[in-house]
Design a protein around this ligand. Structure first.
Ligand code: MTE
Ligand code: MO
Length: 333
């Protein structure tokens, strides 16, 4: 089914204008030297030579303005739809990359019930149609970096997680958000035996700290490439967290629970020394069995569609860095 949504290109035009304005201003700042420009920005003197900077601009400048431009629309070339929908990790449907597309085609996503409960004022249940009608849908072109060191660039359609949580009115005592995938061994062959499901104790569970969940980048996807999600990509609704390793982006969610304790997470339970709760993309913290410094960007199936790239801190989404400012990221990996 095709979806109606605000196209990322519309959003991009808005940001590109900002960027052009920014670039022209930066050219002026360059002439003054960085220190001079910064002192001009922070002074409120009436003779401020940069008076054409609005207060908003100053905030952007100090926080690194390019982030605002790159966060919603990845500037990198996009992965081909046929590849993003056939090279998947969805262990409920088998552990090989081509198992989900082969085994998930009969997966029933309508009707669907998503429960939001726990430390909330209004426990909420939403159905399949609500997923596409309760919120205005927008497109986000995000980089997805798997902990296995491959990556893609995917245009998702959906809405911010914060909007979904707001429906249930989280209590101030809620400090974490727990997510759960459907458990249905009849439909999901990977849940029928430990071997078929990669040793995971199902249902697949994930979690976020409240401030991470409320960050604008945290996105609930109900579609990709302008259409509803295919089952292998987590239909009918999955999480997308572009600054974290892919395993945090839990698929086919049936329950979201607000809690005051850090919730257990599937890969951390399976191998705590290899996969942490935070799982922020970090080229400086290697996986015990392989380096995370570089990645293989998959754009298509041809040889020239595989790029070798340096992995960026927070997968390039550095505006989230302030969420972790007093944390040792080698300990909280
Ligand atoms: N329920 C569930 N969610 C999941 C997984 C899974 O096995 N089960 N795999 C994760 C991993 S490791 C990655 S890299 C992404 C892959 O998403 P994609 O197939 O849409 O690219 O989904 C994540 N979400
Ligand atoms: Mo992954």
């Amino acid at each position: 089914m095709r979806l109606k949504f605000t196209k990322s290109t519309d959003i991009k035009e808005h940001y590109v204008t900002d960027e052009q304005v920014w670039q022209s201003r930066r050219a002026i700042i360059k002439g003054m030297g960085f220190a001079g420009a910064m002192s001009a920005l922070s002074s409120s003197a009436s003779a401020n030579p940069l008076k054409w900077f609005s207060d908003e601009d100053k905030a952007l400048f100090v926080q690194s303005p390019l982030n605002a431009i790159t966060s919603i629309v990845a500037k990198d070339p996009m992965t081909k739809e046929s590849v993003a929908t056939s090279y998947n990790n969805f262990y409920e449907f088998g552990t090989s990359k081509d198992a989900p597309v082969k085994n998930a085609q009969e997966f029933k996503v309508n009707p669907w019930i998503l429960k939001i409960d726990g430390l909330v004022e209004s426990p909420t249940t939403i159905g399949y149609d609500d997923l596409f009608s309760k919120f205005s849908l927008e497109e986000r072109i995000y980089r997805l970096r798997c902990v296995e060191a491959w990556s893609m660039v995917i245009p998702w359609v959906g809405f911010p997680l914060a909007k979904l949580l707001a429906l249930a009115k989280p209590l101030s005592s809620a400090k974490y958000v727990a997510f759960e995938t459907l458990e249905d061994p009849k439909q999901m062959p990977g849940q029928r035996s430990r071997f078929a499901g990669g040793g995971i104790d199902y249902p697949y569970v994930e979690g976020l700290r409240m401030d991470e969940a409320l960050h604008d980048l945290s996105f609930m996807s109900v579609g990709m490439y302008g259409k509803t999600l295919p089952p292998q990509n987590g239909a009918p609704i999955r999480l997308v967290l572009p600054w974290k390793y892919g395993f945090k982006s839990i698929k086919s969610i049936v329950r979201i629970t607000l809690t005051d304790k850090q919730p257990p997470t599937t890969w951390n339970i399976l191998a705590p020394s290899e996969y942490g709760f935070y799982a922020n993309v970090n080229p400086k913290v290697d996986h015990p069995r392989w380096s995370q410094a570089r990645e293989r960007r998959i754009l298509g199936t041809g040889l020239r569609d595989q790029q070798r790239l340096d992995t960026l801190p927070f997968n390039g989404y550095t505006e989230v860095a302030s969420l972790y400012k007093n944390m040792d990221l080698t300990k909280y990996y």
